[in-house]
Design a protein around this ligand. Structure first.
Ligand SMILES: Cc1cc2nc3c(=O)[nH]c(=O)nc-3n(C[C@H](O)[C@H](O)[C@H](O)COP(=O)(O)OP(=O)(O)OC[C@H]3O[C@@H](n4cnc5c(N)ncnc54)[C@H](O)[C@@H]3O)c2cc1C
Length: 541
């Protein structure tokens, strides 16, 4: 068993990630914000200092606390405010706005840190016995309310912090599989795999903080999904602790042994059990790579090229197509000139023969729709900043801009109508009151033979009540997605925020099945209350 030598530090409580990497807006960026969004962004609103926050006293009963201490050791049941504050929720814009406004009443009553599978099982048993809600917490990067410490019917909730489960348990170079513990963050997992010349190739924008268990529990998609696949498609086997016992699922690359029970845990968002180990397909570190940006005349032409590529035999590792607004805004923020039409980005990794062939396939598809190559520089620029956008979001919030993202997916046939409908819904919901129209940016970043995902970024004047403003916009966008044949989430998962739309997506019987599984695995209902599974009477969204 090997642990990483470099561990990623604690993220900020009121912002995305490493506080020392906070983005400072340039004068040009402030001028652009003021001109386009009508926000007087000359100065930042002050943030509430941590010392001014008052967390409620821990509501954990002495008996529950003693049982948890017996499960993981007293040193690993932490009720100090700093630890509870940093586990008080995820990293969506509403999460950050609430915490910045001093709303920390819902912080967990303790942070409990088990060291292995057996300790996780012991924590679940203690919580079931003492009636304590337990919220599995990987990187805490959820943007859908997945790690909000909701109590449900219980008086107390603990955060089950999985950070100490950070080992590479096994690597099989013949089968090319690796068994990783759930609390490993991606840079740590990649460090351990690189020692064996292997990589996961899973690179979501939350790469630096999100964990192996979190990816499995949310069915995450990395930016290189065209080449490496979604996270759930990489899972060969997994181990999960539930209040009823342990599930060990998956042993062969394919099986006809009844329904695939791994799928019950993949995307289960901590409501059925806690994933403690995942056995994943790994690939050799790429021997060659090539990346290139293209300009295509418009979004329809670019979409056509991406469809041809996704349906052809040879796929690049990454393909991405920005709409004209995103193409323009990204160039303006970087202080450069926007290319004509839309920017497409292609990256190919693997052995040299594959890279050459995939590169040629991409060039053929993009040329066929009138695309022109722009060289490597725009991609290098995009790649250098691929994990920095959340820091820019934080700086925009400071400057009075409401900035947030949402995503969906649909078939190629439905994609154009879906994009129009969501863009219109967001624009209408965030317009009015004399403020300039919001900016709604869109790109395609995950492609399949049958369709693709759409990822929207929204920026608007925050106004006096940004939380309510976003709630209305999100509701309008969710309704538009449901009405136009999209899924309510392609990779961010359901959490609390998408729960109101899940019933319509899986049907009443589907919801009943989810509830039945919950009853079978977690009869006391202590695991992550209020997430994923729709309730009989859904609260107003
Ligand atoms: C800036 C930013 C960019 C993002 N970019 C992407 C992206 O490109 N692609 C993408 O797919 N997602 C993205 N996300 C969303 C998020 O990072 C993913 O959902 C990620 O998979 C969550 O991993 P985590 O370890 O942080 O999980 P957490 O946020 O800790 O938890 C997510 C959910 O899973 C549950 N959970 C966590 N660990 C376990 C476990 N071991 N067993 C059972 N349940 C568990 C939690 O209770 C919660 O419900 C982004 C988020 C942010 C803030």
């Amino acid at each position: 068993m090997t642990a990483p030598t470099h561990r990623v530090g604690e993220p900020a409580w009121d912002a995305w990630g490493d506080p020392t990497r906070a983005h400072r807006l340039t004068d040009d960026q402030r001028a652009l914000i003021s001109q386009v969004l009508g926000v007087a962004a000359a100065t930042d609103a002050p943030r509430t200092p941590e010392t001014e926050l008052r967390l409620p006293r821990s509501a954990l009963s002495p008996a529950a606390r003693a049982a948890l201490a017996a499960a993981v050791g007293p040193a690993h049941v932490n009720t100090r405010p700093a630890a509870r504050l940093r586990r008080a929720g995820g990293k969506s814009t509403p999460d950050l706005l609430r915490r910045r406004a001093g709303d920390v009443a819902g912080a967990p009553d303790a942070v409990v840190s088990p060291a292995d599978h057996d300790q996780v099982a012991a924590v679940l048993a203690a919580c079931a016995e003492h009636g304590v809600a337990v919220v599995p917490f990987g990187g805490g990067t959820s943007v859908v309310g997945g790690v909000e410490p909701l109590r449900g019917d219980f008086a107390a909730a603990v955060c089950l912090d999985l950070r100490r489960l950070d080992r590479l348990l096994a690597l099989d170079p013949v089968a090319r599989t690796a068994t990783l513990q759930a609390g490993l963050r991606t840079p740590e997992a990649e460090e351990l795999l690189a020692d064996y010349g292997m990589t996961l190739g899973h690179r979501p924008q939350s790469y630096e903080y999100a964990t192996i268990g979190g990816y499995a529990a949310t069915r995450s998609a990395g930016q290189d999904s065209a080449g490496y696949g979604r996270f759930d498609s990489m899972v060969l086997a997994l181990r999960a602790a539930t209040p009823r016992g342990t599930l060990d699922l998956g042993r062969a690359p394919a099986s006809a042994a009844g329904p695939d029970l791994r799928q019950l845990l993949l995307g289960s968002e901590g409501v059925f059990g806690v994933i403690t180990e995942v056995t994943l397909r790994v690939r050799p570190l790429p021997a060659a790579e090539h990346e290139e940006a293209w300009s295509v005349p418009d979004f329809a032409a670019g979409t056509e090229a991406l469809r041809a590529l996704a349906q052809g035999g040879l796929r690049p590792t990454l393909v991405r197509l920005s709409d004209p607004v995103e193409t323009y805004v990204n160039a303006a923020l970087a202080g450069g000139e926007a290319p004509r039409g839309c920017l497409a980005v292609v990256r190919c990794e693997g052995d040299p023969a594959h890279v050459a062939a995939a590169r040629e396939a991409a060039a053929t598809a993009l040329r066929a729709v009138g695309g022109t190559p722009l060289g490597e520089e725009p991609v290098a620029h995009w790649r250098a900043g691929r994990y920095s956008a959340p820091y820019l979001r934080d700086a925009l919030l400071d400057a009075g801009v409401l900035a947030e993202t949402l995503e969906t997916a649909a078939t190629w046939t439905r994609l154009p109508g879906l994009r129009r409908a969501v863009t219109d819904a967001l624009t209408a919901a965030l317009s009015g009151g004399g403020a300039p129209a919001p900016l709604v940016l869109c790109h395609i970043s995950h492609v399949y033979p049958e369709g693709a995902s759409l990822y929207f970024t929204v920026a608007a004047a925050a106004g006096p009540d940004p939380l309510e403003r976003w709630r209305a916009a999100k509701r309008a966008a969710g309704d538009a997605i449901a009405a136009h044949g999209g899924t309510i989430t392609h990779h961010h998962a359901v959490g609390t925020d998408h729960r109101p739309w899940l019933g319509a997506e899986v049907g009443d019987l589907g919801v009943e099945v989810l509830r039945a599984v919950k009853r079978a695995l977690d009869p006391a209902g202590v695991l992550n209350p209020g997430k994923l599974i729709p309730e009989a009477a859904e609260p107003d969204r």
